[in-house]
Design a protein around this ligand. Structure first.
Ligand SMILES: [Zn+2]
Length: 208
């Protein structure tokens, strides 16, 4: 399920961006054969990554399913921490879960600290994941959940650029800016994906 979603963008005769999975020979806007571009085709960077390949990050995914195929805006999100070796830690109903790699193939990863903080990052996540506080018995969907686990981790980490009083503060600083870009990508990807079956190559035009 680790897809490699492809969305290509180019401009031909005007400022309209054309999105597609494969660059056509004929411009869908002006119907002329494409000899040169106003903007050369380029592939939009896929914002969704395999968590274990993104060490020393905080990672986010839908609680159920994955972003590319299942996510809708009302779905709950789940958050975890990746250490410098690619081990993934998360807190959920069963307590602290380590290295459930297959659930994290398609997530958003947030860089929080500079590289020099890696050792301290690892020590801190080890310490907190062994703390009895994060047990199955203590889990509460509303008051002691995956977000509390990550916020407490960041508090203990004590990096000045990443101290948050609440989940909302954390989301405002890190999640929302990246999330908005990711949603744009997701919308384009899905529209291209679903129409493709019926129309062959399919194009979307968006004004610049
Ligand atoms: Zn054209």
């Amino acid at each position: 399920m680790n897809l490699d979603p492809c969305v290509i963008c180019f401009k031909h005769c005007c400022s309209t961006s054309i999105y597609c999975k494969q660059v056509p020979a004929i411009c869908p806007v002006c119907n002329a054969t494409i000899l040169e571009y106003l903007l050369e085709p380029f592939r939009l960077p896929n914002p969704f990554v395999n968590a274990r390949e993104y060490p020393v990050t905080v990672v986010l995914r839908p609680s159920r399913g994955d972003f590319l195929n299942d996510y809708t805006i009302t779905d709950d999100l789940h958050i975890g921490v990746v250490d410098s070796k690619g081990n993934i830690f998360e807190y959920d109903e069963p307590g602290v879960i380590r290295n459930d790699f297959s659930s994290w193939l398609n997530c958003l990863a947030f860089n929080i600290v500079p590289e020099s903080w890696s050792d301290h990052w690892d020590t801190t996540i080890q310490k907190i994941s062994n703390d009895k506080k994060w047990s199955r018995q203590n889990y509460n969907q509303d008051s002691l959940n995956c977000f509390n686990f990550v916020l407490e981790f960041l508090t203990q980490l004590n990096y000045s650029g990443a101290l948050f009083a609440s989940k909302e503060e954390f989301c405002e600083s890190f999640v929302i800016p990246k999330f908005q870009d990711a949603l744009k990508f997701l919308t384009l990807y899905r529209r291209l994906k679903y129409v493709d079956h019926f129309c062959g190559n399919y194009y979307l035009y968006l004004p610049a």
